[in-house]
Ligand binder design. Sequence first.
Ligand code: ZN
Length: 283
Amino acid sequence: MGGLFSKKKKEEKAEPKKEEKKPEPTKAGKDKDEDDDDVHESKDAGELKVSDESSNADDSYSFWDRNKTLKPAKELPKGRANAQKTINATMKATLGGGAELKQAVKLPAGEDVNEWIAVNTVHFYNAANMIYGTCSEFCTDKECPAMSAGKNEYLWKDNVNYKKPTRVTAPTYIDLLLNWVSDQISDPALFPIDEDAKFPRNFMVQVKQIYKRVFRLYAHIYWQHFQKMKAIGATAHLNTCFKHFIYFVLEFDLIRKQDLAPMEKFISKFRDETGKSDKAAAS
Ligand code: ZN
């Protein structure tokens, strides 16, 4: 049953519907993303010039705290507070940006995978929010008239106010992005508040969309603002936060390879990193 309505949906573009969620969240054909039309590729933008130093993970997160954030940090519901403690404790124990961080993203024994992803998603939202708060004084409409990262330009589409992929300035894009992520993680239908509540069937599909977009924020900072970040002494911290994010993404396969392309070379530098940290030699 139920075939009558679901089958035709795709052709009904003209119908002025107000959908808050994506209409068809779960599909077998994973590779085709409905938002693939929100990336414009231009000609080669040259090489990404970044350095790969990193620092203590705990320091790296607290570094941004000193700076203003644009939006208030998200608090976790009570049921998830323990998992947040796990993240915090791991960050405190993580001295290097490499092997230990890679270990830190793994699902802790006995933890539910959706819970773990949910808590980390809130963590990565808060981190992205803090990091961009630092960038926002030099990421302006004038400096960044487009949301670019290398040869990619990202267009905003949210199916609510922007039904078609739309060119906006980078600060506008990132503002929309952070608001959108905030809305997603505050939606109890997607991120259940009650400890016993089940995660919805489309949870992973929606979560992947969140990670894809948060990645764009990092990619933009790396491509457009790395020198400024260097000038304020933030690059080791930026790298550590980005590595943590990427290790998590790779561990749970949250972003497709083609979407990681703007940062591919940098990622390949550290994705196979082993035991380079201070503690690596400890027996
Ligand atoms: Zn910018």
